[in-house]
Design a protein around this ligand. Structure first.
Ligand code: TZP
Ligand code: MG
Length: 213
């Protein structure tokens, strides 16, 4: 389920929830293996609108039998009946999240961008996967850390006892190289949500995962 992981929110489709829903449905029809609802950053919805869009995305993922993950919000993940939650280093403390997520039956993804962070994650049995990036510079996250590069990613993969998902600046040109690092999966926002032909680009994205893994 980590192989072709789509992340996104309405801020990634010009603030248009209907466009997000349409693109996510095309992506679901063309091979994504997991979706994360990440309504965050400039232009993101808040309050009831954020919850309502989450319900619609959740229903869509259920329709296509695709695991549904919520970024950084345990209450929202529970309300939407998510399968998993993804947390970063600046979000709620990981121990508290692991405990609460276990009680709620959610798997946990954890962002790690340094050797120290991976070493910490290695001590945590309940982590389902580690998200590492940005691998390359990204346009989709204003507060992103410096890019790891392919060698930096490979070092984290070698160190991690959890499966690693690469994120950040992945595109049709660099996906082949990313798959040489031993990652368990690849995650994108703009490659798919910024595509003119979402179906075609998603098929390419998902095909890399099939060929290279
Ligand atoms: N975390 C690290 S980079 C990133 C996130 C959420 C953004 C990835 O977006 P894109 O458009 O695939 O570079
Ligand atoms: Mg986060």
């Amino acid at each position: 389920m980590l192989k072709a992981y789509l992340v996104g929110g309405s801020q990634d489709t010009q603030g248009r929830p209907d466009q997000l829903l349409a693109k996510v449905e095309l992506a679901l029809q063309n091979g994504i293996t997991m979706f994360q609802y990440r309504e965050k950053g400039p232009g993101a919805l808040t309050g009831a609108a954020r919850v309502q869009l989450g319900h619609r995305l959740r229903a869509l993922c259920r329709q296509y039998d695709c695991p549904f993950v919520v970024d950084d919000d345990l209450a929202l993940a529970s309300e939407l009946g998510a399968d998993g939650i993804h947390v970063g280093q600046r979000d709620q403390g990981i121990e508290a999240v692991l405990t609460a997520a276990q009680a709620a039956g959610l798997f946990v993804g954890y962002s790690c961008a340094t050797a120290a962070q991976v070493a910490r994650a290695n001590q945590l049995a309940g982590v389902a996967y580690v998200g590492s990036g940005p691998v390359f510079p990204t346009i989709s996250k204003a507060d992103a850390d410096p890019a790891l590069g392919v060698a930096g990613l490979a070092a984290l993969v070698a160190q991690s006892r959890h499966p690693v998902v690469a994120i950040g600046g992945l595109n049709a040109t660099n996906l082949a190289t990313v798959w040489t690092t031993g990652v368990a999966g690849t995650a994108v926002i703009s490659l798919v949500l910024g595509a003119h032909d979402v179906a075609k680009v998603t098929r390419q994205f998902a095909n890399y995962a099939k060929i290279k893994s």
